[in-house]
Ligand binder design. Structure first.
Ligand code: NAP
Length: 307
């Protein structure tokens, strides 16, 4: 049976959504919690809110006080609105250090699921990068450590298993957003999480990566959910259609683009990047309210095809 032949209730059940949102009236949903998805490899049934925060662009560039305060407020908003996933990397300028500083100042480390990455050749260089991440993030435990951009993965997997056995990291995985990201399938039997690019106008992952991740019980982070600014630039000045507001509670195209992603049954978390606390709040709201069924996802994709 394909998803398109599933009833809405069956689709949501298959999708593993933890909330009973479809039973609630839309007006109530806006004030409800962000939906969560289980981490398939978790032994305790751990769930993650479906919207997180990416820090690849300007987050790690130290700027004037106003800009730094805004970044701190992005992290505060993430936590205040009930989300928790923060995705960073050793190579994102000063992002790890900035996040570590703000998590400490805001005293929110226990409320955040930190994912970071290292991209080094060789075992020693990989381990050194991981050790530096603990220091910069000001934490003795990192929730999720990724090998960045598939660099020397086979060398690093044994080290990551050791870090996990020692309870210094809780999960590990591999990322790629390049043209060869399908090669992530190579390690799908050995990892807890995978991260790759997927968006409403880039649906190639629906062919191999997403079905394999679902099948093998690998949690999925969606990188580049807006294709940087490609998707939102295309919709600038356009109003969201009435059906999207009424049926899905989406007030902006950013929310529609995210709703499309987090409604896919294999997606665990989408991690849009932002330095703007208002955008952070808007993005988290895309994870609230009804999820889109397959027909609604096709309708969302069509909006971009026709733009
Ligand atoms: N190989 C890898 O592992 C890899 C590669 C690329 C990315 N990633 C991860 O994926 C994350 C997301 O990718 P990305 O940050 O490069 O690109 P993105 O999330 O696709 O787009 C970020 C852009 O969207 C804007 N934006 C965010 N929310 C918005 C909203 N509600 N309304 C309007 N504009 C909004 C941001 O500007 P404002 O700051 O103004 O909101 C920013 O310019 C990265 O931060 C990183 O954590 C991983």
């Amino acid at each position: 049976m394909t998803n398109s032949s599933l009833s809405r209730a069956a689709f949501l059940k298959l999708a593993g959504f933890a909330t009973a949102l479809p039973l609630l009236p839309t007006a109530t949903l806006a004030a409800e919690a962000v939906a969560t998805r289980p981490i398939p490899k978790s032994k305790t049934g751990e769930q993650l809110p479906v919207i997180g925060l990416g820090t690849a662009q300007e987050f790690g560039v130290r700027s004037d006080a106003g800009n730094m305060e805004a970044k701190s407020n992005v992290i505060k908003t993430l936590v205040d609105k009930g989300a928790k996933v923060l995705d960073t990397a050793a190579s994102y300028n000063d992002a790890e250090a900035v996040c570590g500083e703000f998590m400490e100042k805001l005293a929110v480390r226990p409320k955040i699921f930190i994912a970071t990455k290292f991209g080094e050749n060789g075992k020693a260089a990989g381990q050194q990068s991981v050790e530096n991440s603990f220091k910069r993030l000001r934490t003795p435990m990192i929730d999720l450590m990724y090998v960045h951009n598939m660099i020397d993965v086979d060398t690093h997997l044994p080290s990551l298993k050791e870090y996990k056995a020692a309870n210094r990291i809780r999960y590990f995985g591999v990322t790629s957003t390049g043209g060869n990201q399908d090669r992530l399938t190579t390690w799908m039997d050995q990892i807890d999480f995978v991260e790759f690019a997927y968006s409403v106008d880039f649906r190639a992952p629906e062919q191999r990566l997403l079905p394999m991740a679902k099948d093998k019980g690998v949690a999925v982070f969606v990188a580049l959910p807006f294709g940087r600014n490609r998707l939102l630039n295309k919709m600038r000045g356009k109003d969201v259609p009435t059906w999207a507001r009424e049926e899905l509670g989406c007030k902006t195209y950013a929310q529609l683009a995210l709703k499309f992603l987090v409604s896919h049954p294999a997606v665990t978390v989408a991690i849009p990047g932002t330095e703007n606390p208002g955008h952070m709040a808007e993005n988290i709201e895309a994870g609230m309210g009804p999820m889109a069924d397959e027909k609604q996802r096709a309708r969302i994709a069509q909006l971009w095809e026709n733009a």
